[in-house]
Design a protein. Structure first.
Length: 390
């Protein structure tokens, strides 16, 4: 995946630049931009797009998106046009979107993607537009976002605490050696104080020397790790600890799939049409998974077998066993029950990840404090007592 910068002509002929778009190809970036091909001036790779996206891109909070979607649905049901309903319901200036950018949009998905609504909203908007049932699709999208927020509420509170402790622990692990190492070296080498350095003291000295010499290389390695994060995740996602994070990722992917597939299938899409639709609008690993499922569907595999691999929670294939032999009403019940079960599993997996982050952070902080006490203060206390004894 790369970030792409797209320059386009607004309706007055002035060249504007979109925020960087994450996509696997130039063509996908153009599709995700939501802009008509005739308005495009230039498309190029933005090597700093990932960093700019994290630091600079402004989005509406999910709760605001839910409220806006409710307003948009009301205006559509009252007979308003899509463009007018969105412009009247969304304070787009707050996130740096201009009137000219909105005027360049043609379809509901173009507006919502430009306004950085959640991917589920964009997908369901495109589905509703294709089936002529846009208001219902956007209402469903708002419900899906509200359910997501409810599931994440308790998890987010615990995770923020865990991330805060983790950041503090890593900060201590870096700052303590950098602060203590020079002092220990000064006491022993300059002032010739006979400190009885222990293993922890030597570890602090080693870390100080390592950070000082290779600090730039460490930052470079962090940058490379970020650049190749997808490949790193492929290699590391089954490591102890990270396996729990991977489980949560799989459950999140499954919830998104069930929500979107349910909407597509009950809007008249066949399985192959549904997965083709999902694949062309997904990113990274998820797009590859949908492509595999699509190929298996073409070969005649049942849905439960097409989804039976390690990238999906086991509960998905189990619940979809015999799915094709059931009636439409029974299928809807199966998907509803599966969605509820996945949300329960999501809450449990999220709680485990939050506890892991909290435990790791607390452990790092405790280790840093102990190293300070054992490696610095204990030698000072020992030499002080020896001096008094003399």
């Amino acid at each position: 995946m790369a970030y792409w910068q797209i320059r386009y002509f607004d309706e007055s002929g002035v060249v504007q630049t979109l925020p960087s778009i994450s996509a696997s190809s130039r063509e996908q970036a153009l599709g995700l931009s939501g802009l008509p091909e005739r308005t495009i001036d230039n498309v190029r790779i933005d090597h700093l797009g990932g960093i700019k996206s994290v630091l600079l891109e402004r989005r509406f909070p999910l709760i605001d998106q839910v409220v806006m979607l409710s307003s948009i649905v009301s205006k559509l049901e009252a007979g308003g046009t899509v463009g007018r309903a969105i412009k009247e319901s969304v304070p787009y200036q707050k996130i740096g979107i201009t009137q000219a950018q909105l005027d360049a949009c043609e379809k509901p998905k173009d507006y919502l993607r430009l306004l950085r609504f959640h991917d589920t909203v964009v997908l369901l908007a495109e589905t509703g537009d294709s089936t002529g049932n846009l208001a219902t699709s956007l209402e469903r999208a708002g419900t899906a976002l509200a359910d997501r927020m409810e599931a994440e509420k308790e998890y987010r509170k615990n995770l923020i605490q865990g991330v805060a402790y983790t950041a503090l622990g890593l900060g201590f692990a870096i700052l303590v050696p950098l602060a203590v190492g020079p002092m220990l070296r000064d006491y022993t080498e300059v002032h010739k104080i006979p400190l009885n350095l222990n293993f922890t003291s030597h570890t602090l000295l080693f870390l100080d020397n390592f950070y000082s010499r290779y600090g730039v290389a460490i930052l470079g390695a962090c940058g490379a790790l970020y650049a190749f994060r997808d490949k790193f995740w492929d290699a590391a996602r089954k490591w102890p600890g990270l396996r729990m994070v991977n489980d949560q990722v799989k459950i999140t992917r499954a919830i998104s799939f069930v929500t979107n597939y349910q909407m597509l299938s009950f809007s008249g899409f066949s399985n192959q049409q549904s997965f083709n639709f999902l694949q062309t609008r997904a990113k990274g690993r998820t797009a590859q998974l949908y492509q595999t499922i699509l190929e298996r569907q073409v070969e005649g595999w049942p849905l439960s077998k097409a989804l039976d691999n390690d990238e999906w929670p086991e509960i998905v294939s189990q619940n979809l066993n015999g799915f094709e032999e059931t009636s439409p009403k029974e299928r809807e019940k199966v998907l509803n029950n599966l969605n509820k079960a996945l949300k329960i599993h999501y809450s449990q997996a999220s709680a485990k990840v939050a506890r892991l982050a909290l435990a790791f952070g607390m452990g790092m902080m405790t280790l840093a404090v102990l190293s300070l006490a054992l490696g610095f203060y204990l030698p000072l206390i020992s030499v002080s007592q020896n001096i008094r004894g003399l």
